[in-house]
Design a protein around this ligand. Structure first.
Ligand code: SF4
Ligand code: SF4
Length: 469
């Protein structure tokens, strides 16, 4: 492991890196983490339930008659904070994603995996819903282990069935919530209330996703964070010695041993290991498996209190702070990330603010330069494509400026674009041939909606003059 922050801090042995904490010789080692308690866990509970509340309620929130958030990948329709984005906004979408990635890099370089421990839906559902139900049905760590190792009895079957049933019901609920983000709460309501035959695809999706969530929370669990999640895999390059992570103060704790003035503060009770939902020993140093849930901080604090030692043997700290007792330093690397993020965020904000309600693209009709018209006129044929990016019908007007000519629609008299819709309309620009002095004449077409200019398109009018001036 090249990253110095991931180097072994205390024991000097690297053997724990030979395998992940939960897989040995190709076999999954099932974890039975102890119930978490403590100050940080209390705050994590508050945060988790507030975030859960938002997650569940957002699909019901509408703005201007439409979902506040929608991620309809099937129809390529996205709404963020009430602002609709269309396939034509792909560039903006891509830039927003890049900005988000830079923000994640910036945030992680300072705070490590705080996101994973405090706000990731996987952790919140696992630790604050499913794990709590498991404790309620099966008991704490040791009882769970006993039950798992015991023979099948009527009691065990009853407990297992109860757990599977409750887990599946919650997974079904989660599948519905996530589907509401994709098809909207109205679409979900239709699936729930109308005959299955009319929404067979949606119905099957709910069933499939319910099983996927059930599989994730009943079986996969911490493996999602250890093996599947790409963010977890990136920690080795995102963290450095100045990142604030959940860290064991090996300077203070080692050598570990029973309470005695000959030893450091760690009494080797292993409570920090027993509560860890990813099954690691944080005393080995920062590891990729650590999701920064802080369960080990709470556990160790409770032990320190019992042995009359100061809390914080395991705490949020940087590797540098622990080894050199330096306060947190905002490094050049962090400033660089902040600079790039601020720049990208400003660009994205300006682009979103200035994004027109109707996007207009004007293209010359293929295969034609100009046409002679009666009365000494010459014309160019164009096609305007208008995309309405709002939830309202738009009445659009095209105005030709800086060029002495007439703009004439060929089909309809007005350009009426339905909400969420688009329109292709041919039009002519007709000029007096005598006034055309150049072969290629730059022209500007302003696009107006409700008297307000919403877009400006620049193109050229091709005249019959053969020699360019
Ligand atoms: S080492 Fe501590 S913070 Fe990291 S996952 Fe385990 S309990 Fe959570
Ligand atoms: S909980 Fe604290 S005292 Fe106990 S083993 Fe972990 S670090 Fe040492």
């Amino acid at each position: 492991m090249s990253n110095p922050v991931l180097e072994t801090q205390s024991t000097g042995s690297e053997s724990f890196r030979d395998a992940t904490s939960t897989i040995s010789k190709g076999k999954r080692m099932w974890l039975f983490p102890k119930k978490q308690t403590g100050k940080i866990f209390k705050w994590r509970n508050y945060v988790a339930y507030v975030l859960l509340g938002f997650l569940i309620l957002w699909p019901f929130v509408k703005y201007d008659g439409h979902p506040f958030f929608l991620f309809n990948v099937l129809e390529r329709k996205f709404i963020f904070f009430g602002i609709p984005f269309w396939p034509q906004d792909f560039f903006l979408f891509g830039l927003t994603m890049v900005t988000l990635i830079v923000f994640i890099i910036f945030f992680t370089s300072i705070f490590g995996r705080w996101w994973c421990g405090w706000s990731c839906p996987q952790t919140i559902f696992m630790e604050f819903i499913f794990r709590k139900i498991e404790y309620w049905i099966d008991g704490d760590s040791s009882q769970q282990r006993l039950l798992a190792e015991s023979k099948w009895t009527a009691r065990k079957i009853r407990l297992r069935l109860a757990k599977v049933f409750i887990f599946y019901i919650i997974s079904f609920f989660i599948a519905n919530i996530f589907l509401a983000y994709v098809i909207g709460i109205d679409g979900l309501y239709k699936i729930a209330t109308e005959p299955i035959s009319q929404h067979f695809g949606g119905f099957i999706s709910i069933i499939i996703f319910s099983f996927v969530f059930f599989f994730v929370f009943a079986y996969m669990r911490e493996q999602v964070c250890l093996v599947v999640c790409p963010y977890g895999r990136l920690q080795g390059v995102l963290l450095d010695k100045n990142s604030i992570v959940v860290a064991y103060d090996h300077m203070r704790g080692e050598p570990r041993g029973k309470v005695s003035s000959l030893h450091g503060d760690c009494i080797d009770c292993k409570l920090c290991v027993n509560v860890c939902p990813t099954g690691i020993d944080i005393r080995n140093g920062t590891q990729l498996e650590c999701i920064n849930c802080a369960a080990c901080i709470d556990a160790c604090d409770s032990i320190m209190t019992k042995v009359n030692k100061p809390e914080g043997l395991i705490r949020y700290s940087s590797s540098d702070s622990i080894e050199k007792r330096n306060p947190f330093k905002f490094t050049t690397r962090m400033w660089a990330y902040l600079f790039v993020f601020t720049l990208l965020f400003s660009i994205v904000s300006i682009l979103i603010i200035r994004r027109p309600d109707v996007e207009a693209t004007v293209l010359r009709a293929p295969g034609q330069l100009f046409m002679k018209q009666p009365g000494g006129k010459v014309s160019n044929l164009f096609t305007v494509t208008l995309v309405n990016k709002t939830f309202h019908d738009q009445e659009v007007e095209l105005k030709l400026i800086n060029f002495n000519a007439e703009l004439k629609l060929m089909g309809q008299q007005t350009l009426h674009i339905l909400k969420d819709g688009s329109l292709n309309e041919p039009f002519l620009i007709i000029a007096d041939e005598l006034l055309i002095k150049k072969n290629k004449n730059p022209i500007t077409i302003e696009v107006y909606s409700k008297g307000k200019m919403i877009d400006v398109v620049k193109t050229n009018f091709i005249g019959p003059v053969k020699i360019q001036e």
